[in-house]
Design a protein around this ligand. Structure first.
Ligand code: NAG
Ligand code: NAG
Ligand code: NAG
Ligand code: NAG
Ligand code: NAG
Ligand code: NAG
Ligand code: NAG
Length: 418
């Protein structure tokens, strides 16, 4: 594959047979170009820190520290303790941090044992982009830490951590260096609860759909505010499909698609994603120093419901940890809870093999699914621009792509999508 690319770059027909002489003739100038021409230097991004914003899809302990901590068997697969995450193990954000050899992110809201030297997590389970209506907040399902609040927390975090660093001492070592704020990766995964909130409030699909532009505008405004504080590299996940039991059970609309997902929800999620993608295009114009990657996590998640066997998964719509009904999910008792049914104590524990399951507790994905999603999206095959995660600090896609084609001879599979 490498040689056929080189040959076509050099004007050889790709079927040409060539001997060792030709090979060295081709390779020497290629190496020389790579070493001598700095324009061609493709550096993987060396993010020293990650700052994350979002909901339970990326909460590493925020809601747990404030309002509601998950109990066992949450966390059983990897951390062997609930670890503040709404899954049996690691989340996509954990795999992202790990891929840069950075520590897992401490939650900003956690007052115990936190270490922010390489980033902080402002996401909390239940968070929305826009402030949800009071009715919905009252029934306790949504977090008060919506995106505007997460931005405010980040702003204060940035200035206060620098004050603490200047004071010195032990606390200073737990704070990020000032230059990390410009060099860091800023990740986002939010929107699912805004859409869900609309459906749970018994809005019609058109009504929820109509509220999408407000959600996306508010999202963009926060990205701009974070940019104004010096952020430059953004990695933005779109929102996932309506295939999770919580949505299937609680939303009144009943029409399902071929794979059992909620059609009305998917329609709105797709519209949200379309608007989000457009908003990112606009943000690139408005924020000339930013590298902004839009990541189609929806498609990867949906593939788990469309074709679970192909990827080694089974019962994609059924919660591993839950109780009752078609989806092993009901309001009787949630994952980790205990109740009495017909005089018998029931504990909602986990299924036998969470490693082949998609949905953990009826709302959140298993570690196995999160790993699968990370593996797919980190390649760049689902991104716009289609650069891998480790290249997402680069602004000039044209330049980088040209170099990737020349440089990464052995594995171009992640460029398949364009
Ligand atoms: C904080 O985390 C960094 C990076 O993992 C580590 O080098 C440092 O020792 C930690 N600080 C403390 C006090 O644990
Ligand atoms: C939505 O409709 C259901 C069923 O009619 C009802 O039980 C529920 O209270 C309604 N929710 C809201 C927020 O109005
Ligand atoms: C949502 O709104 C957009 C823009 O008006 C429209 O194209 C789309 O069909 C709508 N979707 C639904 C499900 O109403
Ligand atoms: C409880 O017992 C009743 C009567 O035997 C039965 O119909 C019902 O399905 C049982 N409920 C559950 C959740 O098992
Ligand atoms: C449903 O949850 C229970 C725990 O309450 C678990 O034992 C069971 O394996 C789950 N069922 C499926 C099909 O995953
Ligand atoms: C970046 O990631 C891609 C695939 O995701 C990998 O093939 C490549 O080696 C990585 N590049 C660097 C410089 O780490
Ligand atoms: C990106 O790089 C290409 C090739 O080096 C160059 O032609 C183009 O002007 C650059 N674009 C921007 C916006 O810097």
């Amino acid at each position: 594959m490498c040689f056929s690319i080189l040959m076509s770059l050099m004007g050889f027909p790709s079927t040409t047979k060539f001997n060792n002489l030709y090979v060295s003739f081709l390779v020497v100038p290629f190496i020389a170009i790579t070493i001598l021409n700095p324009v061609f230097a493709t550096k993987g991004c060396n993010f020293p820190a990650i700052f994350n914003f979002g909901d339970s899809n990326s909460d590493t302990g925020g809601l747990a520290a404030t309002l509601l901590a998950p109990t066992p068997p949450y966390g059983e697969t990897y951390f062997h303790t609930p670890s503040g995450r709404f899954s049996d193990g690691r989340l996509i954000i954990d795999f992202i941090a790990q891929s840069f050899r950075l520590p897992y992110l401490s939650a900003y809201l956690d007052s115990l044992g936190t270490n922010f030297s390489h980033g902080a997590n402002f996401a909390t389970a239940g968070s929305t982009i826009t402030l949800p209506s009071s009715i919905i907040r009252l029934n306790g399902r949504f977090s008060p830490f919506f995106l505007d609040v997460q931005y405010t927390q980040f702003r204060d975090f940035k200035s206060r951590t620098q004050l603490i660093r200047h004071q010195g001492g032990i606390s200073a070592t737990l704070m990020p260096k000032e230059e990390y704020f410009a060099k860091a990766l800023y990740t986002f995964d939010i929107g699912q609860n805004d859409i869900t909130a609309g459906f749970l409030a018994n809005m019609t699909v058109q009504q929820v759909n109509t509220s999408v532009p407000d959600m996306v505008n508010s999202f963009s405004a926060n990205v701009k505010n974070i940019y104004d504080l010096g952020a430059r590299s953004f990695w933005i996940h779109n929102t996932g499909p309506g295939c999770i039991p919580f949505i299937l059970v609680n939303v009144l609309s009943t029409e399902r698609d071929t794979y059992g997902c909620l059609k009305a929800y998917n329609d709105v999620a797709q519209y949200f994603n379309h608007e989000l993608k457009e908003a990112v295009v606009q943000l690139r114009k408005d924020l000339p120093l930013a590298a902004i990657t839009y990541v189609d996590a929806y498609s990867v998640k949906y593939s788990l419901f469309r074709n679970p066997k192909k990827y080694g998964f089974e019962h994609p719509l059924v919660a591993c940890c839950g109780y009752g009904g078609e989806y092993n999910y009901s309001s009787i008792v949630g994952c980790g809870g205990t109740t009495e049914v017909n005089g018998t104590k029931v504990f909602a524990g986990s299924c036998e093999e969470s490693s082949v399951r998609v949905i953990w507790d009826g709302i959140h994905y298993t570690e196995a699914a999160n790993k699968f999603i990370f593996d797919k999206i980190s390649t760049g095959a689902f991104s716009d621009p289609p650069l891998p995660l480790n290249m997402s600090c680069h602004r000039n896609y044209t330049k980088i792509r040209r170099h990737l084609v020349a440089d990464q001879c052995t594995d171009l599979s992640y460029m398949a999508q364009f």
